[in-house]
Design a protein around this ligand. Sequence first.
Ligand code: CIR
Length: 255
Amino acid sequence: MPLTAITRSVSATLNECQLTCKPRETIDVPLARRQHTAYEDALRSLGVAVTTLPARDEFPDAVFVEDAALVLDELAVVTTPGTPSRAAEGEAIAETLARYRSVVRITPPGTLDGGDIARIDKALYVGRSTRSNDAGIAQLRAIVAPFGYTVTAVPVTGALHLKTACTYAGRGTLLANPAWADLSVFKEVTVLESAEPWGASVLDVNGTLVMPSSYPKTKALLERKGFKTLAVDLSELQKAEGGPTCLSLLFSTKQ
Ligand code: CIR
C-alpha cells in the first residue's frame, strides 16, 4: 500500500528546543533545514508521498512531528506531548490528520509522546518515560483496544523516548540499546544490540531502514544481518535529540 509521510519544516527557534539527555550545543538552523529536506528526499526515494507542513516558530520542537500523533490504519490519535512547550503540538497537526483518518485525542492529565510508541503489527509498546505517563498510556489502550491493538508499557530509563532505546527493524528483530529500556516485555523478537549507544533508532520505510549517517558501525551490523539501510546526515537535528523516526508521521494511504 502507498505510504504518506507528514513532516513539518524546521522552526527558526530550534535552538530553544527541549533537551533531556544531551548538553546544549548551537544548532546551525540553515543546515538543519537542508538536512530535513534531504531526509524528505530520502523518503521520496523510497516511494513515500511527503506532505510538508509550514514551520511553527512558536513551537521550537515542532519539526519532530512524530511526538504529536500516532497514525494507525483505522484512526489517528492526537497526543498531548508531555513537556509544556510541546503540549499544544497535537492540536497543531489534528486538522491535517483529519484529512486522512478520524481523529481521537489523548487529553490531560494524560500525556503521551509519539516517540514513546514502538509498533510491532498489532502490538503497541509504549515507553513510560518523562514524557508519557500512566494516564496517557491507559487512554491510548482504551482508544485502540476496539481495533484489536494491545498496549504494553515499557519502563524507559536513561533515554528520552522508547524509540531512542529501541525500534523494530522488521523480520522479527528489535534493534536496541538494552541499557535504556526494560526489554523483557518484548517476547517474540530477537534483540540486536546497536553498535553505538544512540544507534538503535531506525525508521523502516518499505523494507529499507532510514538511519543517521553518524552510526556507521550499527549500519554495517544491520547490513551484515541482511537489512537494507539508507543513511542520512541528521547532525543538527540530533543536537536537538531528534532522530529518523521523529521527523515524520508515516502511514498507509489508499489510492
Ligand atoms: C524534545 O525534547 O521533545 C525534542 N527536542 C526532541 C524530540 C525527539 N522526538 C522523538 O525522538 N520522537
